[in-house]
Design a binder for this molecule. Structure first.
Ligand code: FES
Length: 159
């Protein structure tokens, strides 16, 4: 990456949020006028456990330079233990993506309660800076990406 590219590069980040915690944390950050970079596009899920690995692949294939997955703190999930499954799947997804050549810095998991707007804003700011230093991602287009099915990760979960 050239110096010129580095100074002009504004990464696109997709942030998957949980309706009950991190989405509300982002909302409360906004209400409290806590600033975070506009590079992130938030997508609300009802729970981090709803995150399908295909969502992450599609985000990268559609132009995201980084993906942040957020959810309720372990033990606080509104759907029992779904975020523990998220944690296990995230590790497997991270490993799978690295095997496909993705830099580990490009995907991040963050726990944030509804009251932690400041913490979430700090995490977003830090993540945008990290992705800015890694540079643009030239990921294959969606039609060229072979899928990672949730069942594939679920099979490994049972080991
Ligand atoms: S309800 Fe928030 S992670 Fe499950």
């Amino acid at each position: 990456m050239t110096e010129e590219t580095s100074s002009q590069f504004e990464p696109i980040i997709v942030g998957f949020t949980c309706n009950w915690c991190s989405y509300r944390a982002a909302d409360s950050a906004g209400l409290a006028r806590i600033k975070y970079p506009p590079n992130i596009r938030l997508i609300r899920l009802m729970c981090s456990g709803r995150l399908d690995p295909q969502f992450v692949l599609k985000a990268f294939a559609e132009g995201a330079d980084g993906v942040m997955v957020t959810g309720c703190h372990p033990g606080d999930c509104h759907y029992s233990d779904q975020n523990y499954k998220t944690l296990r799947r995230f590790k497997l997804l991270d490993r799978t993506l690295q095997q496909r050549g993705l830099e580990p810095e490009r995907i991040k998991l963050v726990w944030a309660s509804a009251a932690e707007g400041m913490i979430l804003a700090d995490e977003i700011t830090q993540f945008v800076d990290e992705i800015r230093s890694v540079g643009p991602l030239n990921w294959p287009k969606w039609e060229e990406v072979s899928p990672i099915k949730i069942e594939d990760l679920a099979v490994v979960e049972k080991e």
